[in-house]
Ligand binder design. Structure first.
Ligand code: AMP
Ligand code: TRP
Length: 337
């Protein structure tokens, strides 16, 4: 860890190793993770316990855990400064999650929209793990008393639940143990939508590969995906208000803005009056330029599984050291001997 002074607080975040890492993950999460490690002590976790809430083939899961680690590092997470590890290596996550299963209320979990989306029509067939997934997420964060959690917008509800759990635990046990964690939802990339349907978020689990730009797509593939992305017949408006009611157009402008660290307004001002065929060419250049170094670095890292495994082992050891006193405090508070 660096010796430079850090702003007080601790950052925790994670992503599931359940499929292709994509542009939404990068813009909504990884890019911000890399930034925050300059100011905060940070833990970045590969949440492999969350991943198995839906079926994962064991061999493929192994490869995806390493791929996730490669994606974090290639996006700028520095294992020398931040703690990078996979969740299942630190038993405290599961231990605290059980305690939170006993704190959270059924009514709270019944309101979680991600469960409803993922379980689909056949709720009876969903795993119990999928249902209590948000309690494990609260445990991830609170095991380290993390104060800030950088995520995409889809995780807001889960972070509200995390605050509810922290508050209820503190008040049930008349203890001041857990902080009320702040979500950090930054910039124009907080909600990247599918390239095929502007009403759905870009997602690992979308059956159509054309719906997302994967971090390991090559230049030809991503150019074809952007060329075929849905849009409308109108040109770019003079400012972002002209994107209202045009979800696909708004999404492409938002991706450009997020990658260039601009606002949607300034992108509109630059391309005002141009058609989307033209704009898509400019967007392709920007996506290709920003992703190429990440794609290359991911490919390089994935050829070194031993290096990645070493980083995860080292990260898990450091995480355990931070988790131990919190878990001990919680167990004492609950009344365990
Ligand atoms: P997941 O892929 O669901 O494990 O998500 C990992 C991180 O990426 C979380 O912080 C999500 O909020 C973020 N994320 C996932 N999909 C998107 C998206 N389409 N747009 C923005 N952020 C996203
Ligand atoms: N539920 C998050 C997602 O799907 C992943 C996650 C698990 C997470 N535990 C976390 C994110 C803790 C932030 C903090 O994106």
């Amino acid at each position: 860890m660096t010796t430079s002074p850090k702003i007080s607080g601790r950052v925790f975040s994670g992503a599931q190793p359940s499929g292709n890492m994509h542009l939404g993950n990068y813009l909504g999460a990884f890019k911000n993770w890399a930034r925050l490690q300059d100011s905060y002590e940070a833990l970045y976790c590969i949440v492999d316990m969350h991943a198995i809430t839906v079926w994962q083939d064991p061999l493929i899961l192994q490869a995806q855990i390493r791929e996730a680690a490669a994606a974090y590092i290639a996006s700028g997470v520095d294992p020398a400064r931040s703690i990078l590890y996979n969740q299942s290596k630190v038993a405290g996550h599961a231990e605290l999650a059980w305690i939170f299963n006993c704190v959270a209320r059924l009514g709270w979990l019944n309101r979680m929209t991600q469960f409803k989306d993922k379980a689909g029509k056949n709720k009876e067939k969903a795993s119990v793990g999928l249902y209590v997934y948000p309690n494990l997420m609260a445990a991830d964060i609170l095991l380290y008393k993390a104060t800030h959690v950088p995520v995409g917008e889809d995780q807001k509800q889960h972070l509200e639940l995390t605050r509810d759990i922290a508050q209820k635990f503190n008040s049930d046990y008349n203890a001041d143990i857990f902080p009320l964690t702040e979500p950090v939802i930054m910039g124009e990339g907080a909600r990247v939508m599918s390239l095929r349907d502007g009403s759905k978020k870009m997602s690992k689990s979308d059956p159509s590969d054309m719906s997302r730009i994967n971090l390991n797509d090559n230049a030809d593939t991503l150019a074809a995906k952007i060329r075929k992305a849905r849009t409308d017949a109108e040109p770019l408006p003079s400012d972002a208000s002209g994107l209202q009611g045009r979800p696909e157009a708004a999404n492409l402008v938002g991706i450009y803005a997020a990658l260039m660290d601009q606002s949607r307004d300034s992108v509109c001002a630059e391309y005002e009056g141009q058609g989307f065929a033209e704009f898509k060419k400019a967007l392709t250049d920007v996506v290709a330029a920003k992703l190429a170094p990440i794609t290359e670095e991911m490919a390089r890292l994935q050829k070194e599984p031993d290096y990645i495994d070493g980083i995860l082992l080292d990260g898990a050891e450091k995480a355990r050291v931070l988790a131990a006193p919190v878990l001990a405090e919680v167990k004492r508070t609950v009344g365990y001997l």
